[in-house]
Design a protein around this ligand. Structure first.
Ligand code: COI
Length: 355
């Protein structure tokens, strides 16, 4: 157990707050004033500190630059009407970070150091939490291998950093997506369930090719047959077929989305029929053709709920019903937002409140 009572704090002398336009936020373009840092060496975490947001200097031989031993999380903070700071499911993000760490052969993080670090950081930068509808303070915890060594082996030293960024939603409105039948994001037994840098690097070329055709995202399919839906890289996938909410089951190739879990929990609580099972491309195309595909959307921390307007499959566009007809996903979106902002009962204990 680490003693977290003594987080050293060095405040910035040059706050960027007054130069930041909170009415025109994008995702991930502006960073708040401070960051939380700690180091792993001699098999333990230490050196907990908050410092001004700054560049990192490292040797060209630093392990992460060569072999990609790096993981991250993304979580959001909101401000309640009474001024309290509300973090959404931070302990679940911590658990997932440790699952990623285990798979990438990295040290796990002590829960109290993680929580205390982000609590102190947000308290210090609380003025950076936007009030604008749909906006929040996005926290980006990440860890990387910091050994100066280019032999292939797990690093013996690591850095853990958390910085924050006031953001709007990841996507502006609905998205057009394309079903991928050539490239693969992740295979079973691999690292697809982790938030590791390499998963995202592998998606960039297919995503670029999709963007050239006018689609903002990819619907990944399984690595063996390209027959079953996986996830969407920045989001998990959900479909409403008839009266049932259907989503692919978790596996070693799919990220266990915390928004995914929140949506499924809410839907089940409301008595909606929910099925976590393999969903084939054929099933969705058939449902589209016979009019039972009512909705398709992605869920994610950055994306929240993003409705899919068009699905392209082998060159043909399936144009889905208009956003206003999508009762369930609209209702889920609102309910989740109300919980995050402290406007609805936190029935499932998702909110971590900082006074
Ligand atoms: C998130 O939803 O927090 C993500 O990590 C997705 C993306 C911005 C990489």
């Amino acid at each position: 157990m680490i003693n977290t009572q003594n987080i050293e704090i060095e405040k910035t002398k040059h706050s960027k707050l007054s130069q930041t336009d909170f009415t025109n936020l994008e995702f991930g373009a502006v960073y708040s004033d401070h960051m939380f840092v700690m180091d792993y060496k001699d098999k333990q975490w230490g050196g907990l500190r908050i410092v001004p947001f700054q560049n990192i200097s490292m040797s060209p031989a630093t392990s992460v630059l060569h072999y990609g031993q790096t993981i991250f999380e993304g979580l959001k903070a909101y401000r309640a009407d009474n001024g309290d700071i509300l973090l959404f499911r931070p302990l679940d993000h911590h658990k997932r970070l440790n699952k990623s760490a285990k798979r990438l052969c990295m040290p796990e993080l002590d829960e109290s150091a993680y929580l205390e670090g982000i609590t102190e950081l947000i308290k210090l930068d609380r003025a950076w939490i936007p009030n604008q509808p749909g906006c929040s303070l996005y926290l980006r915890p990440f860890m990387y291998a910091s050994d100066e060594f280019i032999g292939v082996k797990p690093s013996s030293t690591y850095k853990f950093i958390v910085f924050t960024s006031p953001v709007a939603g990841y996507y502006k409105g609905t998205v057009k997506v394309i079903i991928e039948t050539e490239y693969v994001r992740a295979a079973e037994g691999g690292t697809g369930f982790t938030k590791s840098g390499g998963n995202y690097a592998a998606s960039l070329l297919p995503a670029k090719l999709a963007a050239e055709k006018g689609y903002q995202q990819i619907m990944w399919t399984d690595s063996k047959e390209h027959k079953y839906f996986e996830e969407s890289g920045t989001m998990n996938l959900m479909f409403i077929i008839g009266d049932t909410l259907v989503t692919p089951p978790l596996s070693t190739s799919i990220l266990a989305g915390i928004t995914r879990d929140s949506i499924l929990t809410l839907a089940k609580d409301w008595g909606v029929k929910v099925e976590e099972r393999r969903v084939s491309v054929d099933e969705v195309v058939k449902a589209y053709e016979n009019g039972t595909l009512k909705d398709a959307f992605g869920t994610g921390t950055a994306a929240t709920i993003t409705q899919i307007s068009t699905i392209n499959y082998k060159g043909t566009d399936l144009v889905l019903p208009g956003e206003e007809t999508r009762e369930l996903s609209n209702k889920l979106n609102k309910a989740l937002n109300d919980i995050k902002l402290g406007k609805a009962e936190d029935k499932f204990g998702w909110i971590y409140r900082i006074k």
